[in-house]
Design a protein around this ligand. Structure first.
Ligand code: AMP
Length: 443
């Protein structure tokens, strides 16, 4: 399969050649012809599957070949994303794809001054990437009109709902022309997402790509049980012992991010953190320096790390397990990309056993555990299995043995380790069927 066979025009093919995209990913192979044919789309695909190009390439082609010139303060295609970082990321990709096309693109998001955005929109923009809140601000201040919108893309729709954007999405729908093409991308399909799809989509083509094909099949996943209060110590110990070169660390709270960054810096490690309390410019700088490998450890909350796309990231560490099981899949999707090998290590404490159980159920596997000799927890982490069961009651706290736990981390590097070879994320993906035929959109 080639991009040319999917019906893409020469200026796009040239851009793809320059980017070294030789073969379409599964989501691209399915989405591109459907979008070019004008169909609505409902796609179960997450970051790392190539979904951005899957919608951006055919949308750009349609914008280049169809429709009137964009008017002042107007847009012709709208890509809604949950976070600022994702807006930047998606727009950066789209700009590269559009390099040889007469199609203008721009991104707007909150946390930065609105005035330059208003100024830029005066000239009109063919394709706008936006976060929902800032988009509505601009709309309500008459800096944006929606009457020329031909295409709406909802990217990471599940995440937008998780972040509480349901109201904003409803308001955007109400303001958009009813005659339009709508493409919805989501990693998971909850009842809420199905409802959103029912409202927004008209007889959509359903696409499902399993993330294991493209992201996590090369990710080795491990757990290290540890007491909660010793997680930061264990992380610092492993960083030194395993000589980790570049690590993305996920922490549950903003406080957790700040504390680990501070601790690492005290130990002379070049570390930085991103979370929602930090100004956008600082977050972007932290991302950029991490991508440039000037920063060794980047600590992030889930929200701040959305949209992070780093080539060849070798390791993701979960300092805390995520509250929402699907976020585990998102997190480890940051490593093992494009066929590279990756590792995802979670430091788990007894309090997190329910979250662990939910994750193992979602990915349908029991994650292997490795105890680190000097960090064996006093509060044992109950065993779990992939059926959502906690299979053993917590044992009474035991004093750690003096030395040489029999599964020390030293053996991680040992090729004779009886590992679960190539553990794979098998996230459960349920794509609803649309038997009811075309649904009426609300005006
Ligand atoms: P996405 O899932 O859209 O976040 O894309 C994940 C990564 O895959 C990005 O770095 C893209 O540049 C890259 N990518 C997307 N499609 C292809 C392709 N067909 N060939 C090679 N790399 C790709």
């Amino acid at each position: 399969m080639t991009f040319a066979k999917l019906g893409l025009i020469e200026p796009l093919l040239r851009a793809l050649q320059h980017l070294d995209y030789n073969t379409p990913t599964p989501v691209q192979a399915q989405a591109i012809p459907a979008v070019l044919a004008g169909r609505d789309l409902m796609a179960a695909a997450q970051t790392g599957t190539g979904k951005t190009a899957g919608f951006a390439l055919p949308v750009l082609q349609r914008l280049a070949m169809e429709g009137a010139k964009v008017a002042s303060n107007s847009i012709r295609a709208l890509v809604l994303v949950p976070t600022r970082e994702l807006a930047e990321q998606v727009h950066a990709n789209i700009r590269e794809y559009a390099e040889h096309l007469p199609v203008s693109t721009y991104a707007v998001y909150g946390g930065v001054s609105i005035n330059p955005q208003m100024m830029r929109l005066r000239r009109g923009v063919d394709l706008l990437v936006a976060t929902p809140g800032r988009l509505l601000d601009l709309f309500r201040q008459n800096a944006l009109k929606f009457n020329q919108v031909q295409v709406l893309v909802l990217d990471e729709a599940d995440r937008m709902l998780d972040l509480g954007f349901a109201e904003e999405l409803r308001a955007v729908y109400a303001a958009l022309p009813t005659k339009r093409q709508t493409l919805l991308f989501s990693a998971t399909f909850s009842d809420e997402i199905r409802m959103l799809a029912g409202l927004a989509l008209d007889n959509p083509v359903s696409i499902e790509v399993s993330p294991r094909n493209v992201t996590a099949s090369t990710v080795k996943q491990w757990l290290v049980p540890v007491d909660k209060k010793r997680k930061a110590d264990l992380f610092c110990h492993l960083l030194r012992k395993q000589r980790w070169k570049q690590v993305l660390v996920f922490a549950k709270t903003r406080n957790g991010v700040d504390q680990l960054v501070e601790r690492l810096r005290e130990e002379g490690v070049n570390a930085d953190g991103i979370h929602g309390d930090r100004p956008q410019a600082t977050r972007q700088r932290a991302l950029d320096t991490f991508k440039a490998r000037e920063v060794q450890v980047l600590v992030a909350t889930d929200v701040a790390a959305r949209g992070l796309d780093i080539d060849d990231l070798p390791l993701v560490v979960n300092l805390d397990l995520p509250i929402v099981a699907e976020d585990y899949v998102h997190r480890i999707g940051r490593t093992g990309r494009a066929g590279n090998k990756g590792e995802a290590i979670s430091l788990i404490c007894a309090d997190e056993v329910q979250q662990l159980s939910a994750i193992e159920t979602l990915i349908r596997q029991t994650l292997p555990r490795h105890e680190e000799p000097d960090y064996i927890p006093e509060h044992r982490v109950p065993l779990t299995d992939a059926n959502g069961q906690v299979v053993k009651k917590p044992k009474k706290p035991k004093k750690p043995k003096e030395s040489g736990g029999k599964r020390g981390l030293g053996r991680w590097m040992d090729s004779a380790e009886p590992t679960l070879s190539e553990p794979q994320v098998k996230a459960v993906r349920k794509v609803p069927s649309f038997n009811g035929g075309p649904k009426k959109r609300k005006p």
